[in-house]
Design a protein around this ligand. Structure first.
Ligand code: NAD
Length: 260
């Protein structure tokens, strides 16, 4: 039987990469999805591919009203909201702290924390009342960088630690009504974008180099693809996880056994 039959999902950053793979997997499992993304082209493709199982909102996760529009759209189109997946994010491409000028550091901080951290605060706030009504759940996309060094530079690593703090406190405050968990993917072959203020300080590598570097960094030596993580999201979203809250499920090729 489908694990998410009849569930209504709101997901951010679902037009590409891990978010898109989650949308496809959730729909296969019987859910409907409302997707917020800043890529209007990506959303148009998603609508063509998935038809009436999906609703899309072109917007920005740093704008609270865009989340409100998305939650309202999910409730109007599908009658309720059961699951929030706060997934949109951006990267610092391992920019080195010592190389970056104070001006670029500040601009990078504002931009990356607004998207990766404030975006999750806003998504949770906009969805909380609707999720209370269904005793639903939230899932944040964090990262191996939420636990270990060498998964990004200081901006990305600090932002992923911050999201884990947000999910743990929310899991505490929202129990017993709403479960709050996260998936922590390891390095994955996607188009994860590097924020403009840090681009002068980093080398943007091609996909083959990226695949080699991802393989080298995880004990299972997998060049992970977005689809490799969807099982973790389906489990946490489903009623099979009804006793799980405040958890981060690592889907990272075994970073924990590196012994850092
Ligand atoms: P991606 O670029 O393929 O997907 C991210 C999506 O978010 C894109 O569709 C993009 O348009 C959207 N987005 C970005 N900023 C936005 C904004 N301000 N408002 C609305 N939409 C916005 O990248 P991905 O790798 O699939 O990233 C998804 C999540 O996975 C991120 O939170 C990222 O930190 C996390 N993650 C990625 C990796 C990796 O190696 N790719 C590893 C661990 C965690």
């Amino acid at each position: 039987m489908a694990e998410l039959s009849g569930k209504s999902v709101y997901i951010t950053g679902g037009a590409s990469g891990i978010g898109k793979a989650v949308v496809e997997a959730f729909i296969k499992e019987g859910a409907t999805c409302t997707v917020l993304d800043r890529s209007a082209d990506g959303l148009r493709e998603l609508e063509q591919q998935l038809g009436d199982k999906v609703r899309t909102i072109t917007g920005d996760v740093t704008v609270y009203e865009d989340h409100q529009r998305a939650v309202q759209c999910a409730v109007e189109a599908f009658g309720k909201l059961d699951i929030l997946v706060s997934n949109a994010g951006v990267f610092d491409a391992f920019a080195k702290f010592v190389d970056v000028t104070p001006e670029a550091m500040s601009e990078a901080y504002d931009m990356l924390f607004s998207i990766n951290v404030k975006g999750s605060f806003f998504a949770a706030k906009a969805a909380v009342d609707a999720l209370k009504q269904t005793r639903g759940n939230m899932i944040f996309t964090v990262s191996g960088a939420g636990f270990y060094p060498d998964g990004g530079g200081v901006w990305y690593t600090a932002s992923k630690h911050a999201q884990i703090g947000l999910l743990r406190q929310l899991a505490f405050e929202l129990a017993p009504d709403i479960r709050v968990n996260a998936v922590a993917p390891g390095g994955t072959l996607t188009a994860l974008s590097v924020i403009p203020p840090l681009r002068p300080f980093v080398n943007i590598v091609d996909n083959e180099t990226k695949a080699k570097s991802i393989k080298r960094r995880n004990p299972l030596q997998i060049a992970m693809e977005a689809e490799d993580h969807v099982g973790a999201y389906v489990l946490l979203a489903s009623d099979k996880a009804r006793a799980i809250t405040g958890e981060v499920l690592a889907s990272d090729g075994g970073l924990v056994v590196r012994g850092l």
